[in-house]
Design a protein around this ligand. Sequence first.
Ligand code: ADP
Ligand code: MG
Length: 626
Amino acid sequence: MSENQSLEFQTEAKQILQLMIHSLYTHKEVFLRELISNASDALDRLRFESVTNPQILGSDTDLAIRIKLDKTAKTLTISDNGVGMTRSEVIENIGTIARSGSKAFVEKLTGDQKADSNLIGQFGVGFYSAFMAASSVKLVTKRAGSDEPATQWESSGETSYTIAEAEKESRGTDITVYLKEDAAEFAETWNVRSIIKKYSDFIAFPIYLPDEKGQETVVNMTKPLWSRAPSEVTKEQYEEFYQQVLAGFDKPLDIMHSKAEGVMEYHSLLFIPSSAPFDLFTMERKHGIKLYVRRVFILDNCKELLPEYLRFVKGVVDSEDLPLNVSREILQKNPVVDRIRKALTSKILGRLAEMAQNEPENYKTFWKSFGQVIKEGIHSDPDNKEKLLELLRFQSSMTGKDDPVSLKAYVSRMREEQKEIYYISGDSREIVEKSPHLEVLKARSIEVLFFLDPIDEWIVPDIYNYDGRKLKSVTQGDLDLGDLGKEAKETQKKAESTFKKLSERMKNVLAGDIQDVRIATRLKDSPACLVSEENTMGSHMEKIMKAMGQAVPAQKRILEINPEHPVILNLNARYEKDPKDADLEEWVRLVYEQALIAEGQMVPDPLAYSKRVNDLLVKVSGKDLW
Ligand code: ADP
Ligand code: MG
């Protein structure tokens, strides 16, 4: 496989290249950051391989990045003595981008240049960003520890690239960027130096750049940010680190930087992002922690250091205690790792509690982005349940859409006689807010929490109670308002005998659909509503399960009727006049169907429903005319 080849870029790669060449010009300088970050990755990988295979370093042990500028030829060359690539690795890594991130990148583009160039880092389409500044790019690379000769890759980025054998004895990669006319500034020493300072200052390897006199000097600070004292680090440095090293694409909401000493020694630098990444809920859970051991990079996406429900936290953990040749398998059962995970978890939860207390606006932003993920913890981390319960926020009947409430606030507002925490679940605030099930609670100023995330109902059994108060769905079982509902209970008793016959008739008519007809205590303005038995699955949960393709056992619900509503009163009067009245049956059906619609469900037979409504309209609308 040493012949010269000309190959086409794969489709998505082409799409991204088009964009780099033709659409993104305002933040061209980020290409340098991307190439330096790739060089640094290559050095990290080499150092990692050298742990198990020390010969791979040979005599060339000074790992570094070198940049050379040529003003006359208008080129910028960036070299590293990292792992390098074989010919097939070049084709795979640079010619195709099979990673799902690239497609998502294209979909996420906003047309806003600044935002779009920030996306480059987030989605890892880094190498191609060279074409923002380049008319063509040449890469020469030799794989460390391989006998294969060096490979040269060259392209002007349009549709294809060439690949050939090259002369290069030492391992690593040289990338030459042939600068476009309007990108000549990237051959200027002062400019390149300031870009490196701005974006790549904390890269852990020295970056050499010849100064104005041609003397090679190190431009960056090589002491990693996390191993410095927090007092020595500025906010800007933290933010830059977050964006470059951790691919953060927003401003971090919070930063936690500390050093643990004693039984275990490690540095941790953690960031809470302000917005959720696109892949927060994809099947393959991405974690945001990078693991270092004594400043050597070990692993990305380190799932062992934080529980899954904190996967949105980005950061670095640098341990003094773990062995350098630690593998994922070892991490999974390592007591040091266990300890670090516990400590970090409790640090983060503590910090969030503080934020909720002292920076409510920030906490709102946090909750909006990551509330759903935190809820997973209620189920998966029983050890921290008490702390997590305090972090939960729900929308509520007593506050606006943008002011979700805590369980603590709910309990503090509970009516004196109230025993339980009421909630209603549904797809949207708009639907549940108007639900007939809330009528009586509203009338009595009892607060109801809105469970609008599918996960909310799942975690009800895990929450079970808060501060000794059970969670109670207002659409399930008997609504016992205690003393608050005393009056209603008496009315109900009376109504039970008044409507006994009608209830039985209704039950017969709706026998296929419902289990029973009862007198409601929760209604005020609506004629009827549907409720589930206490210990069954709620109708919303049923809907969620069905949407997930789960088999759901058919469960009939109870139709509760409002004994004070004119519709029910009229039906009763009709029934008493003529128990066999043919219209009665149709209208009973309508009452049932309206109850379904009111809670956002479908009527079982829309055509039959609309016929019933039309028949009724004909009857009523024509009455006085003829
Ligand atoms: P990412 O860095 O997110 O993987 P890039 O587009 O920046 O995406 O780089 C694509 C791939 O090309 C890298 O994953 C790496 O395998 C390879 N690569 C790029 N630059 C170098 C380099 N200097 N040395 C070795 N491999 C490199
Ligand atoms: Mg990269």
